[in-house]
Design a protein around this ligand. Structure first.
Ligand code: CP
Ligand code: NVA
Length: 301
């Protein structure tokens, strides 16, 4: 494993190695056991979109590992004025030991890895959000003690989160059910990936059908970053796709809720359901730190 560009590139073993290391780093941090695996190393972090969790968890994570992280806003870099990603990749590779990038096109992340010579980590694209889903898998595994055979259900927009959850869930032996409107299905390449998994994966329109017996119910915003102009149409299209107590009553008893955040209460999730599961959701947010530290150690040590 040289990069983390998308979960499809990872083997099941890669994923579990990261989750195990993440658990260990979480334990060590809790018990004040230093783990400065990346002393003297620098991570460049390019952000072409906003971020709270990704930025802060990578930056503090790198510090805790003994390294240094540089926040590079796309707005301030020459890449924002049209310098090609091929050149940015070759230049940054001469200064830093790893690059994290949050941007729009997946191709930009793939090109950064292709033309650069240091590990590249995808901090979210329109296509996927692998760091978030590693944290989600970590949180679900902590809660249930394992992943295999659990049912994960995603409700709402077939977006970057849905794409990564499907791949991550299937690769780790979970059953994955998704409910989206027809016009907002997950990416065709992800549906193609899921095909050989047969009945381990289901995609339907009806949230109530998808949620039956689910152990984990997951949702995300109806309008992702970059889709601001579509907001009105999306609010209409996703009526009926809200995660609320009525929907949760069809999930398995004791089902968990995950949300990558930011959450829009009253839209994809009600205040009540969000607060009933706030412990699980903020644990998930915390686990971004541990999971990404594990990714950086695996790629950059
Ligand atoms: N979940 C997530 O990636 O949050 P940020 O957009 O705040 O980084
Ligand atoms: N789907 C959301 C996730 C934010 C972390 C977005 O891309 O904006």
């Amino acid at each position: 494993m040289k990069h983390l560009l998308k979960l499809m590139d990872l083997s099941t073993e890669d994923i579990f190695t990261i989750l195990d290391l993440a658990d260990q780093l979480k334990y060590e941090r809790k018990h004040n056991i230093p783990h400065k695996h990346l002393e003297g190393k620098t991570l460049g972090m390019i952000f072409q979109k906003s971020s709270t969790r990704t930025r802060v968890s990578f930056e503090t994570g790198m510090f805790q590992l003994g390294g240094h992280a540089l926040f590079l806003s796309g707005k301030d870099m020459q890449i924002g004025r049209g310098e090609p990603v091929q050149d940015t990749a070759r230049v940054l590779s001469r200064y830093v030991d790893g690059i994290m990038i949050r941007t729009f096109a997946q191709q930009e992340v793939e090109d950064l890895a292709k033309f650069g010579s240091v590990p590249v980590i995808n901090g979210l694209t329109d296509f996927c959000h692998p760091c978030q889903v590693l944290a989600d898998l970590m949180t679900i595994r902590e809660h249930f003690g394992g992943l295999k055979g659990l049912k994960m259900c995603f409700i709402g927009d077939g977006n970057n989160m849905a794409n990564s959850l499907i791949v991550g869930g299937l690769k780790t032996g979970m059953n994955v059910s998704v409910a989206t409107p027809d016009a907002y299905r997950p990416d065709p390449s992800v549906l193609e990936f899921a095909k050989p998994f047969g009945s381990q994966f289901t995609l339907v329109n009806d949230p109530f059908e998808a949620v039956q017996g689910a152990d984990v119910v997951i949702t995300d915003t109806w309008a992702s970053m970059g889709q601001e102009a579509e907001k009105k149409a999306r609010m209409e299209a996703f009526q009926g796709y809200q995660v609320n107590e009525k929907l949760m009553s069809e999930a398995a008893p004791g089902a968990m809720v995950q949300h990558c955040l930011p959450a829009y209460r009253g839209q994809e999730i009600t205040e009540e359901t969000f607060e009933n599961h706030a412990g699980e959701i903020f644990e998930e947010a915390e686990n971004r730190l541990h999971a990404q530290k594990a990714v950086m150690v695996k790629l950059m040590k």
